[in-house]
Design a protein around this ligand. Structure first.
Ligand SMILES: [Zn+2]
Length: 364
């Protein structure tokens, strides 16, 4: 049966791709993953490869409009990981570096496209640098989203198969404080401690949080000073910020661009910004979510949940440009962790879900 063959192929393709180590920045490994995709889909669309500073980017497409499938070939696993964490199959599960995030998603896309009727238009874009912020591929992602009716992001799904309908925007800031050094024993009054100023900012920044709206700020790293008998001349901190709405992003950006100084002799600068804006559900994306739920119920007999998550993906870039559904990829455990695994029972239902969404987005 066709479906049976498709799922066996997915297993074969995934094993082949996991056996290729492709950490972000490794153009060779990333290119080899793309070779696998290009070979399998070569007769299903026009294949083009664009070099970027982060490695090659692969596009396979057919016709105009339709849906865009977004995937990335890079992983968080350095070369050599495979020796300690080899491909392994156990019961309903398969394990190995990048199998969930997101080579399993690529395998689902490959099977969906191979089984797609010939008249359905689509674009598959595989990027090399999602795990490091997508600087080199962002423009191409946005350009492809603009000419698509729907964007399907094949990042992993949530437990039970839930998809991601909202994602936090992620801000990455460094706080630089310059104070005035002086001898801590002889003339402490002449000094302005950068560390003391930093301590004020640790308290102050917490006040910018809005738990109800999902805005969080985490000062995760602090450093400052040179010696215990010197009033500290320098201090800095590294801050992770999550927001779920664009207006919260803009609020935080505005406040951090003009921060307070608790000691006027200190210089205070918050440097950085939001790498990815929040992905917010809208009327269009909700309509497509209902279509997806419909299909999922037909395929599995179960309801599809749509959840908002704190992590960002390339779906954050496409959501303002085209209705975006994310987390349509494999279901499993341990993304970026040693126990990374895929629950194979979801692979075939996911293939059918993605394939049917491609068909529906290709109509009219
Ligand atoms: Zn990913």
């Amino acid at each position: 049966m066709a479906t049976r063959r498709a799922s066996n192929d997915m297993r074969q393709w995934l094993e082949t791709m996991v056996a290729i180590e492709s950490p972000s920045g490794d153009a060779e490994g990333i290119g080899q993953v793309m070779d696998v995709v290009a070979e399998v889909l070569g007769d299903k669309g026009a294949v083009s490869r664009t070099p970027t500073s982060a490695g090659p980017m692969l596009e396979v497409s057919r016709g105009q409009g339709g849906a865009l499938i977004l995937a990335h070939a890079d992983t968080v696993w350095s070369r050599g990981t495979l020796a300690e964490m080899p491909w392994r199959e156990q019961g309903d599960w398969v394990y190995g570096p990048g199998c969930l995030d997101m080579k399993g998603g690529i395998a689902i896309a490959m099977a969906a496209i191979r089984n797609l009727p010939d008249n359905v238009p689509y674009t598959l874009l595989i990027t090399p640098d999602e795990e490091v912020g997508s600087d080199a591929s962002r423009e191409a992602i946005e350009e492809a989203a603009r000419r698509s009716r729907l964007v399907l992001v094949l990042e992993s799904g949530m437990p039970g198969g839930a998809v991601k309908v909202g994602r936090a925007g992620v801000g990455d800031y460094t706080l630089h404080i310059r104070g005035v050094e002086s001898h801590a024993g002889l003339e402490p009054e002449k000094g302005a401690s950068a560390i003391k100023e930093l301590a004020h900012h640790i308290q102050w920044i917490e006040g910018l949080e809005n738990k109800v709206l999902g805005t969080t700020l985490n000062m995760g790293v602090v450093q400052g000073g040179t010696r215990s008998n010197v009033v500290a001349g320098k201090a800095w901190a590294h801050i992770d910020i999550r927001v779920t709405t664009r207006s919260e992003m803009e609020r935080i950006e505005a406040i951090l661009s003009a921060p307070p100084r608790f000691d006027a002799r200190c210089e205070v600068v918050y440097e950085g910004g939001f790498n990815r804006p929040p992905m917010e559900p809208n009327a269009q994306s909700q309509t497509w979510f209902r279509e997806a739920s419909d299909i999922w119920r037909q395929v599995t007999g179960e309801d599809l949940a749509g959840v908002r998550v704190g992590g960002a993906s390339d779906g954050n870039f496409t959501a303002p440009l085209a209705p975006t559904l994310d987390g349509l990829g494999p279901v499993g455990q341990g993304a970026h962790a040693r126990n990374e695994g895929v629950d194979w029972r979801y692979m075939e239902p996911r293939r059918q879900l993605v394939q049917e969404l491609l068909v529906r987005a290709g109509r009219s």
